[in-house]
Design a protein around this ligand. Sequence first.
Ligand SMILES: Cc1ncc(COP(=O)(O)O)c(C=O)c1O
Length: 395
Amino acid sequence: MSAGVPPPSIPGARLLFSLDAATAYLNHGSFGAVPIGVQRAQQRLRDEIERNPMSFFMPPGLIERIVHTRRHLASFLGADPDGSALVPNTTAAISLILQSVRLTSGDEVLLTDHGYGSNDLAVRRQCRRVGASARTVALPLGASDAEVVSRIRSALRPGKTKLLIVDQLTSATAKVLPVREIAAAARAHEIPVMVDAAHVPGMLPVKVDRIGADFWVGNLHKWAYAPRGTALLAVAPAWRRRMEPLVVSWEQEAGFPLAVEFQGTLDYTPWLAAPAGLFTLRTLGVEAVRAHNAALAAYGQRVVGAALGLAPTDLPDPGAAEAAMRILPLPSGVATTQPEAHAVRQQIADKLATEVAVNAWGGRGWLRLSAQVYNRAEEFDLLAERLPPLLASLR
Ligand SMILES: Cc1ncc(COP(=O)(O)O)c(C=O)c1O
């Protein structure tokens, strides 16, 4: 199988990042990587705080800056700025949502088997607290959009299911789910939907308000080049007055979104520097970055897949042209449990100086490759050359 031609690199883009040149960083998806200019913007904000903490934190200056930033980020994502809140991350948003939907005994939360592990933990804890339960609907990796919607629709139990959680782009399986259609199916039964869109901002084109979810949360610190600790939670009008901040602080009486955003003396500089991330993305060209990353991830999947002896039909299609993460099945018996997957990832990092994600899903191990503007095709070529012998040595 030929891996085809990789996309041309975006000139100079690699120099925008401070990644260690000795490591092939093929895992932007896990924790992102912050461009140097954005790191500097955040540091300038920190310097400003240390010049006079009183003048930085005392109202109305900080609040105005938070609102201004939120408006900017929300408009980039097509979300209503007055119905969106800045939050540190998707993880915080899920606990906030679970607290706000007020599950009671006998209620049920529906998840998919592609969901993010810590979301499941949060759901299960909340269910234990109130006597509710969690149920998981299985979605085959290769399921079409129509099959995904139909499986989820048939799993909904109107009157009992009080929250449906779906990922817009799944973590372990890099699969794009048709969240708009799923939300419509749930809405038909008045079942609230939360969309975990952790990977979406920057990577996939999105108009959040058109999805029709009750809750949508996306990290800007993955693919939108923001400093870590920056996510946007969009909440449908019917829920806004019911949002219960996890931490109560001085803006409690202001209601959503400020009551959620302001949590006392914290480091707000990631949020305030996040527009510099969007500036970087726009300067490079949002479309150009998306096209490059998606084509390079596809190239990486093909070249590594060929080296592992996989046929093109063995390579899962993420289901969106812009997807910048792709997965490949590892040889059977390799990384079939999550602890084994972590160990394999560590071996790849240590022995091949290459950062990737490895997950166990559906009884087998999967390698996840991300592509970003700082990557080059040769990094994937080298992985393709060196991974098969490493995997053989592990079996
Ligand atoms: C689908 C999904 N949800 C949630 C998260 C958690 O993101 P964070 O750690 O920023 O809260 C991730 C992280 O990779 C993810 O992939």
